[in-house]
Write a protein that binds this ligand. Structure first.
Ligand SMILES: Cc1ncc(COP(=O)(O)O)c(C=O)c1O
Length: 420
């Protein structure tokens, strides 16, 4: 099949051993078994944003490759709403407003676009739920047959959603890592298209950062809290903010805070030890099931990204007597740097928000800000408590000129979104 992609001159895929490969969208890892990345991008400025496009594709000029056919379901353009948490004004990026209910849609849109461009007609993926569901939806949009391997214990709702998008489901006994091992075994017979491995997935995830920059002015916030399992958001943000810095669009890059639950925190543990790579762990059960990754594929790259962004890492600590908010351990990027107190709170929010307790699955990235933007007002402590109790997660503040949101309703959305 004719290749429709336009590659930038000299762009290569790079493995860990600095071995390079010619661009090929069907290639998902290096010959040495390491994950692949594209060469660094120069970044974009406001002039490069396609303001007529209401999806992640408005930042297409930040991608390493241009495609003739973009597989999009209107992902991205998610609300950035303000709320007060213990006296701090935070902004929350409501990523559950993406078409299939998670931030994964950003990366699956770009990854499936690349696979369709390579002429792939069927593909195999492994996921603990949200990634699989998103994969199935975008594969269906590209008319690519999909098989999704999920670990036992995956929420029935996520399996149902994935099946509804037309994927063949296989439930694998054991942990999330056992599921990945089975996918690697099957990859010998069927095209493997794992979002954790494919380099084009991260390219889509980085649009989350571009969008925050765009929404804020454009400017960069001080600090961004991200929940990590494999750590795709940490790598995506590091890429995007450094691209923006390279293009002269921001200075300095924001600090990244990575949050993991106590039962599955290999990245936080490695970061706290100052290690360059992650020691695999067997994750215990967690309500934030999407984060239960014991051996992240790009662990080494996540740690490097966090250090490049002057990062912090936090995890919830199990205590013998239950405390209302748990306790947090924060690991700073240098021994002398103490974690600011607000880190504990925003990291708490991030992990809570990543749990599957509320429906639809909720993922958010709170951003510290100093004052609320015009048109938004602070919820009273009482309102906030009521919302949090009812939803298990924070609701957005209500805009001044709009009626109150009924508890359980979806917050306002901007832009073009299909009905789901
Ligand atoms: C809602 C949500 N948040 C966070 C994560 C963790 O993402 P990653 O494994 O890319 O770090 C997942 C993964 O499935 C998820 O579904």
């Amino acid at each position: 099949m004719a290749r429709l992609t336009r590659f930038d001159d000299g762009l290569l895929l790079r493995g860990r051993s600095e071995t390079t490969y010619p661009l090929d969208h069907s290639r998902w890892r290096g010959d040495d078994g390491s994950p692949l990345s594209y060469d660094d991008r120069p970044g974009i400025t406001c002039d490069d944003v396609d303001a007529t496009e209401r999806s992640i594709w408005r930042y297409r000029r930040a991608l390493p490759v241009t495609f003739e056919r973009e597989i999009s379901l209107g992902e991205g353009m998610t609300p950035l709403v303000t709320n007060e948490v213990d006296g701090e004004m935070l902004k929350f990026k409501l990523e559950y407003c993406n078409p299939t209910g998670s931030f994964k849609d950003r990366g699956l849109s770009t990854m499936i676009t690349a696979l369709a461009d390579a002429g792939q007609r069927e593909a195999l993926e492994d996921s603990s739920g949200n990634g699989g569901s998103s994969f199935a939806a975008y594969a269906a949009a590209a008319v690519i047959g999909s098989r999704v391997l999920v670990p036992e214990g995956t929420s029935p709702g996520k399996i149902l959603q994935t099946r509804a998008h037309g994927a063949e489901i296989q439930i694998v006994p054991g942990t999330r890592d056992d599921c990945s091992a089975e996918a690697l075994r099957q990859a010998e017979e069927r095209a493997y298209a794992s979002h954790n491995w494919h380099p084009m997935f991260i390219q889509g995830i980085k649009t989350q950062a571009y969008e925050i920059w765009d929404d804020l002015g454009p400017t960069a916030p001080d600090t961004i809290v991200l929940v990590a399992g494999s750590g795709s958001q940490v790598i995506g943000h590091d890429l995007a903010w450094h691209e923006l810095e390279r293009a002269g669009a921001i200075d300095p890059v924001p600090r990244l805070v990575m949050a993991q639950p106590a039962s599955a925190s290999p990245l936080v543990d490695a970061f706290a030890k100052g290690a360059d790579d992650v020691g695999p762990v067997v994750p215990a059960a967690t309500m934030a099931e999407g984060t239960a990754i014991g051996n992240p594929v790009r662990g080494r790259e996540v740690l490097a990204a966090l250090r490049r962004c002057n990062g912090l890492a936090a995890r919830r600590v199990r205590t013998p007597s239950p405390q209302p908010r748990g306790r947090w351990l924060a690991a700073a990027s240098t021994p002398s740097r103490r974690a600011p107190t607000h880190t504990r709170d925003i990291a708490h929010c991030a992990t809570q928000a990543s749990s599957t307790a509320p429906a639809p699955p909720f993922s958010c990235s709170p951003v510290r800000v100093t004052s609320p933007p015009p048109g938004w007002w602070r919820c009273s402590a009482d309102e906030r408590r009521r919302s949090a109790d009812a939803e298990g997660a924070l609701l957005p503040c209500r805009p001044r000129r709009r009626p109150a949101l009924p508890v359980g309703s979806t917050p306002p959305r901007r832009g073009r979104h299909p009905a789901h």
